[in-house]
Design a binder for this molecule. Structure first.
Ligand code: HEC
Length: 357
């Protein structure tokens, strides 16, 4: 059955999209002079590494004025302001994984751990002392696997409500998704540190503190949008979260599909993963549903047609995402948190789908 194949396909996409892991210094392993080599590595000329890999964008002095033309400026390191976390770990994470939606590439596959640490420490040293902080005791850190937390989140914009039941999913690359817990509508995406569990200090009822920078938020309309509808009546079907699951590098949200009366008419999954596009990670969500006894269909997504590539149709949503529908998977929609359907994105996306066979 095509759907199942595609689900597997989409699952396979995640192998391609697997996070770049830093080389663990294996190069030294077999060498009898390993210790000497390691020592040399630790004395790496961090400035030379910086000049080679970073200066073209961040500038030779670290002032953010490199000679590469960028659609958004690279960070100046001289003032010490960090949007994606100002702990040593956070700076290293930015270098290892890159920053989604910006030109900042991932170096996890090109530089070794020692080199990454050296160059991260170098850029930190360009800023004023005291910029780098130790995380407080209630700060939750995502290590090498995704983390799922439930709790109350503050309103994310003026006029929005605080969300008493949020489902918050953090990834090792610093991306955090915030869903409404009961129906898994995505509310925000943030980049940087994960969460401060200030609620642990309170007597219950206090909010979690998101620590990352807001990079995406749902529009009013999309907060109430339903992807699926009853094929006959056209009525929207509501998702009701059953459970979440961490599978390798990805997170799956399993849900029931309910009609207006609250009757279960089917079910499905949303899974969260990343596509590597020109070395920069792009958040990807694939949502798949199927009916039981009743036919269900995908609802049109509003937006401007962005392009097509074989059996893939892409639309740019007013929320600034690319929504893809595949001809042979009529009940699956894939959201790419990318601002445009570019040739590189199209290539990476198709490649990840082809990997299925
Ligand atoms: C192709 C251009 C490019 C290259 C090469 C590059 N960067 Fe970046 N980097 C950027 C851009 C652009 C940003 C800002 C992202 C944004 O818009 O917030 C950035 C952001 C960062 C940040 C996050 C700063 C923050 O606000 O938290 C760090 C850390 C960083 N770069 C380190 C490095 C290091 C170290 C290297 C070399 C190993 C490097 N970058 C190479 C373009 C680049």
């Amino acid at each position: 059955m095509t759907l199942l194949r595609l689900l597997l396909a989409a699952g396979a996409a995640t192998t391609v999209a697997a996070f770049a892991q830093p080389n663990s210094g294996d190069a030294f392993a077999a060498d009898p002079r390993a210790d000497l080599a390691r020592e040399a590595a630790l004395n790496l000329d961090s400035k030379a590494l910086y000049m080679e890999h970073c200066a073209s964008c961040h500038g030779e002095s670290g002032d953010g004025k490199g000679n590469e033309e960028l659609e958004r400026p690279a960070r100046s390191f001289l003032l010490g302001g960090y949007s994606y976390g100002n702990t040593q770990k956070a700076v290293r994470r930015s270098v290892i994984h890159g920053i989604p939606g910006t030109p900042m590439p991932a170096f996890g596959a090109t530089l070794g751990t020692d080199e990454i640490n050296a160059v991260a420490d170098y850029v930190i040293s360009l800023g004023p002392p005291g910029t780098i902080v130790q995380p407080g005791e209630s700060v939750l850190v995502v290590e090498d696997r995704p983390l799922v937390v439930k709790g109350m989140m503050p309103a994310y914009e003026q006029g929005a409500f605080r969300e008493p039941r949020s489902l918050i999913v953090g990834f090792p690359n610093g991306t955090t998704f915030q869903f409404r817990a009961e129906d898994s509508r995505l509310l925000t995406v943030r980049q940087g540190e994960f969460l401060d569990r200030r609620d642990w200090g309170g007597r219950g009822g206090s909010e979690l503190q998101p620590l990352g920078t807001l990079t995406w938020k749902a529009s009013r309309e999309s907060r109430d949008f339903t992807e699926f509808m009853d094929a006959d009546s056209g009525q929207g079907l509501r998702r009701k979260v059953k459970r979440t699951e961490i599978k390798g590098d990805d997170v799956w949200i399993h849900f029931d599909l309910l009609d207006q009366d609250g009757t279960r008419v089917g079910g499905g999954q949303e899974f969260l993963s990343f596509l590597m596009v020109d070395d920069v990670p792009v958040p990807m969500r694939a949502i798949l549903g199927s009916g039981e006894g009743r036919g269900i269909a995908l609802r049109e997504v509003a937006g401007e047609k962005a392009g097509a590539n074989g059996a893939i149709n892409a639309t740019i949503t007013p929320d600034g995402m690319v929504a893809c529908v595949l001809d042979d998977a009529p009940n699956m929609r894939i959201y790419l948190h990318a601002p445009a359907w570019t040739p590189s994105l199209s290539l990476a996306f198709s490649a990840s789908l082809e990997k299925k066979d």
